[in-house]
Design a protein around this ligand. Sequence first.
Ligand code: BGC
Length: 249
Amino acid sequence: MTSRIGFGIDIGGSGIKAAPVNLSESGQLAAERFRIPTPYPANPESVAGVLVDLVRHFEWEGPVGIALPSVVRSGIVHSAANIDESWIDVDAETLFSSLLKHDVVVMNDADAAGVAEMSFGAGAGCRGVAITLTFGTGIGSALFVDGYLVPNSELGHLEFRGESFERWAAASARKREGLTWRKWARRVSRYLQTVDALFSPDLVIVGGGASKSAERWVPLLDEVRPEIVVAEFANTAGIVGAAMASVRT
Ligand code: BGC
């Protein structure tokens, strides 16, 4: 089988990570992932400079998929919960494609992670309603019906006590407030109960940075009805999903 290679970039709060991805063989990276610290301020221009460096590092020639922690519709950024406000209303696809001189697809980071899990990981073959939730600085979500993505679901911003749920139940809240794993798992359980009450998912895939320590908190989840599975692409899901989207251009 000839291999089909895509290229994905995941823009995060602390690092911007990229790699070519082998899309014909279970979404494995085709080269070691390369990370550049996110510049400060992380505005569109400074981030674009890093993207140019990443593409150059891999000497990549071809379409590029980019995952961003925002609502993205038709390449335009519509929210900035954990990134610089100057991203709002930016046509990120046009900006990046003119600088990178390649076709570019920009999508929400959790949607990208979910696409990777549903295609090659913990959700492969799942019918019905499946939700990937990423626990990191915020809570990202990707909603699937029979394997089809409903983009930009933003379930981390369900309201809880007058704020976004992510403020209280993201992995960053555990660190910020010095919570034990048990206390934090109680919060995540509460969050999962809310998601269940609204969407009745058949499967929930828990991912993001916190999935690297899944054995410390997933067994502590309590009174959660849907089947919970741990993401298989902890660090690389965003890159893989973005790379998959790029080859559809
Ligand atoms: C953002 C989402 C993003 C999630 C994870 C949230 O604060 O609103 O767009 O997917 O963080 O990065």
